[in-house]
Ligand binder design. Structure first.
Ligand SMILES: [Zn+2]
Length: 486
């Protein structure tokens, strides 16, 4: 933050830019001073950005093989990766690429932030160089989504380091969060016409009223300020990110270490703040469910197995897998159902689940699909995998009474203390089979025995009668109380 004096001085400077300077220099100076003031205004208005817990790693010539192997395994486990890069300025030349930051979202409470120091790589014939290449090869795999504030094109400047190719970048699954954020803001914050007697609360947050040009992309700093109400320090934007941030690279004195620590925090916070914005916007989840729903309509030819996602309330009986890295307060759980789908074999062996069909066709499509199609296929695969998890242990109950609703079935199973993850149906000819996903199988035979007697025609009739009775008795109870009260 600037001192009062510095702030006043900067404002004065901005108002008195020397007219005798070339126009380009005038504009550059104006831009610089405006940025300084904007930085100060945000710093005095919002508390500093605080990241969620993470562990950091450096990839450079000093990185041990075992560390690289661990990072390759970690990127294999991670399905969502946030990417950012840093460059350095050289006078009268284009910016030079210097650093790639990656945040691996893992099913643990910690994420990994990895700094790839491209100006300090091992020699090309070293084993570790091949391991770094393998790390990127894994990163660009089909089953991962790379989230980036801007375009993935930003990575092409780094091709010259020999770690990955243009083709790999082009074929990656990536999402431009900057574009998505703009769409989100324009959708959710249209211009409000202020009415008479309007209070602070009704202040307009549309782009124009916030001083953001609707033609311009959002800066990460502004997004963090207006959505998270935090200040993301951007004073290091153009710094010497090529100096070697890892303290293992050379002997450093205290002030050199401090300087590097600040730059490391700065570089990490770019990824970490994108992550918090994604969580705040519930974007991981949104992306998956929306594209899955649309792929249901358009991608039928890829697999003849179709499914629907139905929102249900979170107090329902579903297990939420650990990979749902969204805060529990904003969690929406989806129940996966397969109405009128013909399964060739819905016996209780999990390996016969149709996901295998989908997986085996994947490589064939890999080269031919557009990025969007691959994203859809990816999301579909994710949902199928999730489904596979829910139905890892299952009981099939053939020929149930068709009148039972999903809600009723779940309620009945709960009453019988059967721990259910999800339920699903399959129909063949005019019979309906119920497939029950179980949380655990220690009492499988007991559950099977219970379920064998449930959901018959007689059961439905009995169930309906019980329901009628319980409703009328509670009604009676209520009127009795009212009577007493008066
Ligand atoms: Zn407005």
């Amino acid at each position: 933050m600037l001192s009062e004096n510095e702030y006043r001085k900067t404002k004065q400077q901005l108002e008195n830019i020397p007219r005798d300077l070339p126009t380009k220099q005038q504009n550059n100076l104006k831009k610089l001073l405006k940025k300084k003031l904007h930085e100060h205004e945000l710093a005095s208005k919002y508390p500093p950005f605080q990241p969620l817990p993470y562990a950091q790693f450096f990839i450079n010539y000093a990185t041990h093989e075992l560390t690289l192997l661990h990072l390759i395994e970690s990127v294999q486990c991670s399905k969502k990766i946030i990417l950012d890069t840093e460059s350095i300025t050289i006078p009268h030349q284009p910016n030079e690429p210097a650093l790639i930051q990656l945040q691996l979202i893992l099913p643990t409470s910690y994420s990994y932030v990895i700094f790839v120091e491209v100006c300090h790589l091992p020699r090309e014939h070293d084993t570790t160089f091949d391991l770094i290449k393998l790390f990127f090869h894994t990163l660009f795999q089909f089953d991962k989504i790379i989230y980036i504030w801007g375009e993935i094109k930003e990575l092409t400047k780094f091709i010259k380091f020999g770690l990955f190719s243009n083709e790999q970048i082009r074929l990656s699954n990536n999402i431009n969060c900057q574009d998505e954020f703009k769409k989100y803001w324009q959708r959710n914050y249209p211009h409000k016409i202020s009415s008479y007697g309007s209070t602070e609360d009704s202040q307009c947050n549309c782009e124009s009223c916030l001083g953001i040009n609707p033609q311009d992309p959002w800066s990460l700093q502004n997004a963090v300020a207006h959505k998270l109400h935090l200040y993301l320090d951007k004073r290091f934007t153009i710094s010497q990110f090529d100096i070697g941030l890892d303290s293992q690279l050379k002997h450093l004195n205290d002030s050199e270490i401090k300087h590097r620590e600040r730059m490391i925090h700065y570089a990490a916070n770019d990824c970490l703040s994108i992550y918090q914005l994604i969580l705040e916007l519930n974007f991981f989840h949104h992306e998956q469910s929306v594209t899955s729903l649309s792929s249901h309509k358009s991608n039928k030819n890829i697999s003849n197995y179709s499914f629907q996602l139905l929102p249900i309330s979170s107090n329902d009986d579903l297990i939420v897998p650990n990979e749902y890295d969204i805060p529990s307060t904003s969690r929406t759980v989806y129940l996966i159902e397969t109405p009128t789908v013909i399964l060739d074999n819905h016996s209780s062996t999990p390996s016969q689940f149709p996901t295998t069909t989908n997986t085996s066709t994947k490589p064939k499509y890999k080269k031919e699909l557009s990025a969007e199609e691959r994203k859809k296929l990816h999301n579909k695969t994710c949902t199928l995998k999730q489904r596979k998890r829910y139905f890892r242990f299952q009981i099939t109950r053939e020929d149930i009474d068709k009148r039972f609703t999903t809600k009723q079935i779940k309620k009945i199973l709960k009453q019988h203390n059967i721990p259910v993850t999800a339920v699903s149906f399959s129909s063949r000819t005019n019979k309906k089979a119920l497939i029950i996903g179980l949380k655990e199988i220690t009492k499988l035979s007991i559950y099977e025995n219970i379920v064998a007697d449930l959901f018959t025609k007689q059961h439905y009739e009995q169930f309906r009668n019980d329901k009628y009775k319980s409703r009328s008795s509670s009604h009676h109870h209520r009127s009795h109380l009212n009577h007493y009260h008066f």
